[in-house]
Ligand binder design. Structure first.
Ligand code: 5GP
Ligand code: MN
Length: 340
């Protein structure tokens, strides 16, 4: 855990500032929840805030308070650049390195504004103010801790609370993943007291699925392949399947987890062809101490966490899958000894 310079940050935030708040590319519930929570919190201190996301985010997050105010750099590049350029302070939430925000990264690097990182990914770049903790299940939990450390927990109202709750719920897989702790539940208890309507959030997040998503899920499960000798399952989606079924961003979120729902399987991977560019996005999930972050860094130009990582491949699907199978023997021993 690293928490640096927070008194100095508190001092800096004691007068109104222009603040840019950034989530990572392909923002998920934790990225959108944490940036919106921070946006609403900082506005209570009379700061002028803007959230700038590199690209669009899924429909199931659009209901969050002020989600429609988020500036999407893909659609409004000039406005996005101006916000970063004019910011007095830049908040970097739920990602660890400026390479995760494409072009915005160059603008952030060019800006002289002090930068504040709050994030739970490994090996973060160094910024002026750092709150980094890889034990945390969600950046949203860290945003709660941050607001509490600023002495402002009572500013968490029924606008901020659902933002924080959504990120905690989605990044912990519904409070089921390993880093879900007693503090997670204590914070959730407090968020409910502060106005989270649990059934509403659950319904917004889980029951706003598209028809395309279910069709794609059925195609994916149809090619789900089991490799029992490695306790590994994998699946894939091809570009034409995505296009023919009206794929939209976010439709395939969570598919990879089905591979882990089978008894004794501890490693699951999904390969998804990009619909525009010539590469394959890979999502890797594991149980126990099988480290998919390490595997993805080594072989798929990616990274992430021990049990959830992403990566990419620049060769066609068949070759990518062949390559994936060819590296499994190296991991067989560790795969077989994982206790769950
Ligand atoms: P997903 O499979 O959902 O895209 O990503 C799972 C986790 O891995 C997320 O926490 C995400 O931040 C991280 N991740 C995904 N893609 C990459 C990547 O290309 N590089 C790194 N370092 N992390 C990634
Ligand atoms: Mn996160």
């Amino acid at each position: 855990m690293q928490m640096t310079n927070f008194d100095a940050l508190k001092e800096l935030l004691s007068t109104p500032k222009k603040i840019a708040i950034l989530p990572h590319k392909n923002p998920d519930g934790d990225a959108i929840g944490s940036t919106l929570a921070m946006y609403h919190y900082l506005r209570k201190h009379q700061h002028t805030c803007n959230i700038v996301a590199p690209n669009d985010f899924p429909k199931f997050l659009k209901w969050l308070p002020s989600a429609k105010e988020i500036v999407i750099a893909d659609y409004q590049p000039k406005r996005a650049e101006a916000i970063i350029h004019q910011a007095d302070i830049i908040f970097i939430l739920d990602f660890n390195t400026v390479t995760r925000i494409d072009d915005l990264g160059n603008w952030v690097e060019r800006s002289k504004a002090p930068k504040v990182l709050i994030d739970h990914h490994r090996e973060p770049d160094q910024f002026d103010f750092m709150y980094s903790d890889i034990e945390m299940p969600a950046t949203c939990q860290m945003v709660y801790n941050f607001i509490e450390a600023m002495g402002d927990v009572d500013l968490i109202d029924d606008v901020i609370a659902p933002c924080i709750y959504t990120g905690m719920m989605t990044d912990t897989g519904g409070f089921r993943f390993r880093n879900t702790s007693s503090s997670t539940h204590r914070i959730v208890a407090d968020l409910i007291d502060r106005g989270v309507e649990v059934d509403k959030v659950t319904s917004y997040v889980n029951d706003s699925q598209s028809e395309a998503r279910l069709k794609l899920l059925s195609l994916t499960l149809n090619n789900l392949t089991f490799l029992p000798e490695y306790r590994t399952a994998f699946m894939f989606l091809k570009r034409e399947d995505l296009l023919e079924n009206g794929f939209q961003k976010g439709d395939t979120e969570g598919f990879v987890n089905y591979g882990l729902s089978v008894e004794n399987y501890i490693f699951s991977v999904i390969f998804i062809e990009d619909t525009v560019h010539n590469f394959i996005k890979i999502s890797l999930r594991s149980k126990g101490d099988f480290d998919v972050n390490e595997l993805s860094r080594k072989y798929f130009n990616g990274g992430g966490h021990m049990n959830a990582a992403g990566g990419r491949s620049d060769v066609p699907m068949e070759e990518t899958i062949q390559f994936f199978k060819s590296i499994l023997p190296e991991y067989q021993e560790s795969l077989l000894k994982v206790e769950i």
